[in-house]
Design a protein around this ligand. Structure first.
Ligand SMILES: Cc1cc2nc3c(=O)[nH]c(=O)nc-3n(C[C@H](O)[C@H](O)[C@H](O)COP(=O)(O)OP(=O)(O)OC[C@H]3O[C@@H](n4cnc5c(N)ncnc54)[C@H](O)[C@@H]3O)c2cc1C
Length: 485
């Protein structure tokens, strides 16, 4: 089937219509001959996966991923920024108006210490207002902190070198903000690769943090984050359009089987399945559905991929009435106008683990009527039971807790929205990177026209997912041995 001399060009299936799948489809389109047939199969009724722009009190807000890193760790624009440029959205990129965030400690908000790497300090004095590091533990022992193959959890390393408070009050809430995961469960190498690399060279943790930061410098004045004015779903739509792929919605791929020269996909309902044959497949799915499909290809690879666990979260968005007529525009009531949001350590015992003040953080979201838009994130790995309550109960619990943390009763919401993301955030346990490498190596040998991509493998951030999809596309292009003249 991969005889590309036949008319019609190669046929490639991209399974999964999240940002990874769309980035893969676009890269295939950009690099393969014009007659290449690219089809994106998406089981739900919409593209975008965890990117979902919605409406709250008539305003455009994010019910899923909100923003992305602007810089690539290796320097230059991140893959998400490059994608935005490629699809004509460079002018729509906007950056946070304020970057000041806080940590809730002992029921009150304290400024987030600057200059940490996901909460791990390079300068102990900077974190003193929120945590007392056990400085004496981080003595230079004359050898690197980690052996070449060591992959501790983040918590293991930081507790050993700087004590519990730094983990519980800084690192754990920061990792919780990204992964809804726990520092004591997440692999250092998978979640903080720069720090893991530095820890294999440096003899102290603070030294490793400084080295990791120096290895990925950010030019002064470069904003850390960007989003798309009008919503991140614009990036999804623009990538889909630029890929000029056939988009099949409500098309779950239920089976994937190797056939001579290519792949057979079984799509749609069991009673009325559709069979499709293609030359190559990019599997851009979360690990669980990917593992189910891989079970029909290579049981061992399916088992490796299926080992990945996921956390569930709910995002509760509230629209609150703005200050009364005549009040100064800067008076935002209980919501501080100079704060983009805050994180709450698990040790505080609240349901809310993070809050974002959309209308303070993003100038483009500010409303002439002063309506305040904010979003709280609820749910940590292993605490799924806490999400098992009705939407209105979640809304009132969040409203009550935010009032407590902000130290003033918030007004009743004029609108609210609860977005549940069940099993959505991958929990990279130690050994994750080795399992992914082993799965990919096995496929490369036995099934080189099948590539794995997405948050289940390479990292959760949007730029990493974009890069992962593009890399998978490049691999397929190389194996098919065809490209645009
Ligand atoms: C609540 C939340 C907030 C986040 N915030 C941010 C943020 O602010 N910044 C950031 O950089 N990252 C953020 N992330 C992470 C980031 O959004 C995700 O890691 C990324 O979007 C994952 O993209 P993906 O394409 O790999 O997977 P997904 O988005 O999960 O897409 C996979 C797609 O595959 C489809 N699918 C599943 N099974 C099948 C099947 N059998 N057949 C066909 N299709 C199937 C699914 O319906 C889905 O659309 C957030 C994640 C969550 C959950």
């Amino acid at each position: 089937m991969n005889d590309t001399t036949r008319s019609g060009g190669p046929r490639i299936a991209v399974v999964g219509g999240g940002i990874t799948g769309l980035a893969a489809a676009l890269r295939l389109r950009d690099r393969l001959p014009a007659d290449t047939e690219i089809t994106v199969y998406e089981q739900s009724g919409t593209l975008g996966g965890k990117l979902r722009t919605g409406s709250l009190a008539g305003a455009t807000v994010e019910f899923g991923a909100e923003a992305f890193l602007t810089r690539d760790p290796a320097g230059g624009d991140s893959a998400a920024v490059a994608l935005a440029r490629r699809v004509g959205l460079a002018d729509a990129l906007v950056h946070p108006a304020i970057g000041r965030a806080a940590l809730a400690i002992g029921g009150e908000l304290r400024p987030m210490p600057p200059g940490t790497l996901v909460g791990v300090p390079g300068d102990l004095a900077a974190v003193a207002p929120v945590a007392r590091p056990a400085a004496e533990r981080d003595a230079d022992g004359g050898r690197p902190l980690l052996d070449p193959d060591e992959d501790p959890t983040v918590g293991e390393l930081v507790r050993r070198r700087l004590g519990d408070e730094v983990v519980d009050r800084l690192v754990d809430p920061m990792l919780g903000g990204v992964y809804a995961g726990r520092a004591d469960e997440l692999s250092l190498a998978a979640t903080m690769p720069g720090l893991a690399r530095a820890a294999r060279v440096e003899a102290t943790l603070t030294g490793a943090v400084r080295a990791a930061m120096a290895a990925a410098p950010r030019p002064a004045g470069t904003p850390v984050f960007a989003t798309v004015n009008g919503g991140v779903s614009r990036l999804v739509a623009a990538a889909a359009e630029a890929a000029r792929a056939e988009i099949r919605l409500n098309a779950a791929v239920r089976e994937l089987l190797p056939v001579p020269g290519g792949w057979r996909l079984v799509i749609g309902p069991t009673r009325d399945p559709e069979l499709v044959e293609v030359d190559a497949v990019v599997l851009a799915l979360p690990a669980r559905p990917a593992a189910r499909l891989l079970g029909g290809v290579d049981v061992a690879v399916g088992a490796l991929v299926g080992r990945l666990d996921y956390a569930s979260v709910a995002l509760v968005s509230l629209a609150l009435p703005g200050p009364p007529d005549g009040a100064a525009a800067s008076d935002r009531g209980a919501v501080p106008g100079d704060l983009s949001g805050f994180l709450v350590p698990a040790t505080e015992g609240t349901l809310v683990k993070a809050a974002t003040f959309f209308t303070s953080k993003w100038a483009h979201l500010r409303r002439p009527d002063g309506t305040l838009l904010l979003r709280a994130s609820v749910g940590r790995h292993g605490e799924e039971h806490l999400l098992q309550r009705a939407d209105d109960e979640l809304v009132s619990a969040v409203h009550r807790e935010l009032s407590g943390l902000l130290g003033a009763e918030l007004p009743e919401p004029v609108d609210s929205h609860v977005q549940r993301w069940g099993g959505a955030l991958p929990q990279y346990a130690p050994g994750h990177l080795d399992r992914v490498a082993a799965a990919r190596a096995a496929l490369r040998t036995a099934h080189p026209t099948l590539a794995l991509a997405g948050a289940g493998y390479d990292g959760v951030g949007i730029p990493v997912c974009v890069r992962s999809g593009e890399t998978a596309a490049e691999e397929i292009i190389k194996v098919l041995g065809v490209s645009r003249a």
